[in-house]
Design a protein around this ligand. Structure first.
Ligand SMILES: [Zn+2]
Length: 304
């Protein structure tokens, strides 16, 4: 059984600490995977601020935190642009490539994409993708092989702008099989390789799943005869959950699973049929994400 292993890298710290940790453990297990990097400013502090805001703001008012700490400390880093990850940490990206991992674009500005993709027009989407592709190309000395939007936030307009780049494939949605998206009556040539498995933050704490039972639960979701694609995060499995992930690799490999970069899945895929994406809510995740449309939905909506 093959498992496509996708590693999303969202932040400066995840790149600096999580990626080298993961590269070491992947080398130990003789695994090549796909890394999707965020290249531009790390504004994830703002993301955190957004997540914390309602409860945090009320607590701050109640405790008069501003008068205790001063506004400058509470807002540090949230108004100023964060460091450009690809400029400061290029050697880490280069060494992941040299170790044989597939390198793709995750985002220019991860936070901005998640916060604004709903309202971005084609030009804004192209500019955001292009800034990431340009910097990654400068770092690698070649174009990135693939791309994966942050937070599975994709829409048809994004797919059309991605078609202007030389990506071999994209991984922008959750689903069950490799497909070529049908957009505005046209079949795009770049295949989609959907993520089939949930992420750590979606699963942990729900249905009584703890770190003790997490790996067994994830192994139970693997389907030997079907597409299996797992996303991990440099910030999670590369750092706080490093030991847990290392144990998962041991368990999966001892059951005969082999981990591969996502690109190896599309090239070995028998036939790639048409498909489309729909925005859906899934357990454990805020807001909408892109999901591969069910064939029944597609026939109802007139898709291919
Ligand atoms: Zn991400």
């Amino acid at each position: 059984m093959k498992i496509g292993l996708r590693i999303d890298v969202d932040t400066f710290r995840g790149t600096k600490v999580g990626v080298p940790n993961l590269c070491r453990t992947l080398a130990k297990h003789d695994i090549r995977a796909s890394f999707f990097f965020s290249l531009g400013p790390d504004n994830m502090g703002r993301h955190l601020w957004r997540l914390l805001r309602p409860g945090f703001f009320i607590k701050m008012l109640r405790t008069k935190a501003a008068s205790l700490y001063g506004w400058d400390i509470l807002f540090k880093g949230t108004f100023r642009p964060g460091p450009i990850i690809g400029e400061r940490l290029a050697p880490i990206i280069i060494s992941a490539a040299q170790e044989g991992h597939e390198i793709g674009l995750h985002a220019w500005d991860h936070h901005a994409w998640q916060a604004h993709v709903d309202t971005m027009d084609g030009d804004a989407i192209y500019r955001s993708l292009n800034r990431g592709v340009e910097l990654l190309t400068r770092i690698l000395g070649r174009q990135p092989a693939c791309s994966a939007v942050p937070g599975w936030k994709c829409k048809d307009l994004v797919l059309m702008e991605k078609a202007k780049f030389s990506f071999d494939y994209n991984s922008d949605c959750r689903g069950v099989s490799v497909f070529r998206p049908f957009v505005e009556g046209k079949q795009l040539s770049q295949p989609q390789i959907p993520v089939t498995l949930p992420t750590y933050d979606e699963v942990i704490g729900s249905n009584g799943i703890t770190d003790n039972t997490y790996n067994d639960y994830m192994l139970s979701l693997l389907k030997p005869e079907k597409l299996n694609v797992l996303t991990i995060h440099a910030e999670v499995e590369g750092m706080a959950c490093f030991g847990l992930f290392d144990a998962f690799l041991n368990m999966a490999q001892s059951k005969g699973a082999s981990f591969v970069p996502l690109g190896a899945l599309s090239s070995g895929y028998p036939s790639i049929g048409p498909g489309s994406m729909v925005a859906q809510k899934i357990p454990g995740r805020e807001g909408w994400i892109s999901c591969q449309a069910e064939p029944s939905y597609m026939s109802k909506s007139g898709g291919a």
